[in-house]
Design a protein around this ligand. Structure first.
Ligand SMILES: CC(=O)N[C@H]1[C@@H](OP(=O)(O)OP(=O)(O)OC[C@H]2O[C@@H](n3ccc(=O)[nH]c3=O)[C@H](O)[C@@H]2O)O[C@H](CO)[C@@H](O)[C@@H]1O
Ligand SMILES: C=C(OP(=O)(O)O)C(=O)O
Length: 422
């Protein structure tokens, strides 16, 4: 079992580069299945979700080659082989194989997805979309068999604003006959990124980034080259870490507009944030004020940053309340923050955080990706050494984590099972 050790108390200073967005990459890789020809993705993050997705496509018969931050995908020889289990369970976004395979072959047999355990994560809206396009679904031992003679465009109103359902329906609808309209669509930047790739492949998608997306189906799509947008959640985590250590960090290769809700909340706390064309600078201090946060679909405050910012709020004066309206039970990190000296109560879908509670290093576990990010931030703030297990969750979404943090002055190291750190 790998462990991450962090010796807290160092102010982070300097400049780091943000990698391509995980939540784009894991949709763009399966989107390449729809192309007849090579899709070249640039700015691909070096994270385990990407490695596993590449292996899934190879298992299906695609040629996938990685060259630094570039991924070449040629799905010409890919087949509609059933993928019931195994790697499918290792990540959430494996559900995009449903839409992509359905678009390419008119059928798909895919296991139910894995990903972070944040409480119930239904996919009923994905299924509603596929059915509206003419697919029939059946369940078999934990996998879904989706079959459509011919996909036919349709009007689909999403009952819940869902990133996954919006993208999955877009993938299938690109190859449906006629027009599909998705109403109450999610507006996350990653949705625009997927639409940009699909349009570069010859699709016709209009309205991505608004709550109504119109897709004209095409008989064939072709290869293209596309650069992935920066990861706003990775960037947000480093912004929070910079503030949490009272540091001064320039976070480069970002789209500041994607970070507006976080920037507003950090400023409200009294953190100094300067934004430029493609960088933000966070200058920390020692007199933060408590704030309340409610997570919402984009452009609201992202649920994926509520866990990391909770660690920072332990340093603010007064009581902060973090309410997660997307995942009501996304609070598994709290018991580990309590072990480090935090005073936090979970009440329903809210965490009530008492501020000015100094953290001390301890043995904690990352139960999911952003819980891990919260513990890394806490470890950087804490007195003494923090030992984090469950590191594989963190590796799903943070490229070169130690390298980046160490370049900013963090003292941290990773212990592999056969090594002893001290
Ligand atoms: C790979 C990826 O992009 N993951 C992100 C994506 O997850 P994911 O796409 O799984 O999340 P959704 O946007 O679909 O979920 C939003 C809300 O809708 C509910 N829901 C969703 C689908 C459905 O069919 N029925 C339903 O009820 C979910 O339980 C949740 O409460 O968006 C989440 C919300 O921003 C982020 O935390 C994840 O990082
Ligand atoms: C919840 C997340 O990821 P996933 O949906 O891939 O589990 C996340 O990135 O915070």
């Amino acid at each position: 079992m790998e462990k991450l050790f962090i010796k807290g108390g160092q102010k982070l200073t300097g400049k780091i580069q943000i990698s391509g967005a995980k939540n784009s990459a894991v949709a763009l890789i399966p989107a390449a299945i729809l192309a007849c020809g090579e899709v070249v993705l640039e700015n691909v993050p070096d994270i385990s979700d990407v490695h596993i997705y590449s292996e899934i496509l190879q298992d299906l018969g695609a040629v996938v080659e990685r060259d630094n931050d570039m991924l070449r995908i040629d799905s010409t020889s890919l087949t509609a082989k059933p993928m019931p289990n195994g790697k499918i369970k290792e990540l959430r976004a494996s559900y995009y194989l449903m839409g992509a395979m359905l678009g390419r072959f008119g059928e798909a047999t895919i296991g139910l997805p894995g990903g972070c355990n944040l409480g119930p994560r239904p996919i009923d809206q994905h299924i509603k979309g596929f059915e509206a396009l003419g697919a029939r679904l059946s369940h078999d031992h934990g996998s879904l068999h989706i079959q459509a003679g011919e996909l036919v465009g349709s009007k689909i109103y999403l009952d819940v604003v869902s990133v996954g359902a919006t993208i999955n329906i877009m993938l299938a609808a690109c190859r449906a006959k006629g027009r599909t309209v998705i109403e109450n669509a999610a507006k996350e930047p990653e949705i625009i990124d997927v639409a940009t790739l699909l349009n570069a492949m010859g699709a016709s998608i209009k309205g991505a980034g608004t709550d109504v997306i119109r897709i004209e189906g095409m008989a064939q799509l072709h290869g293209c080259r596309h650069s992935i947008i920066p990861d706003r959640i990775e960037a947000g985590t480093y912004m929070i870490a910079a503030a949490a250590t009272g540091g001064d960090v320039v976070i480069d290769n970002v789209i500041p507009r994607h970070l507006e809700s976080l920037i507003a909340k950090l400023r409200e706390m009294n953190v100094q944030v300067e934004d430029d064309d493609d960088a933000v600078r966070v200058i920390g201090g020692d007199n933060y004020e408590s704030i309340d946060i409610k997570t919402l679909p984009y452009p609201g405050f992202p649920t994926d940053l509520q866990q990391p910012i909770t660690s920072l709020l332990t340093a603010a004066t007064g009581t902060s309340i973090v309410t997660d309206n997307i995942y009501h039970a996304r609070f598994k990190h709290i018991e580990h923050l309590l072990n480090m000296g935090a005073k936090i109560k979970v009440e329903g879908r809210s965490a009530v955080i008492e501020g000015r509670t100094p953290l001390v290093g301890g043995k904690v576990m990352a139960t999911d990706l952003r819980a891990g990010a919260a513990l890394v931030v806490a470890g950087l703030m804490a007195e003494g050494v923090t030992e984090i297990t469950g590191v594989h969750h963190i590796d799903r979404g943070y490229a070169k984590l130690e390298e980046k943090l160490k370049s900013l002055g963090a003292v941290m190291w990773r212990e592999k099972p056969s090594q002893r750190a001290y």
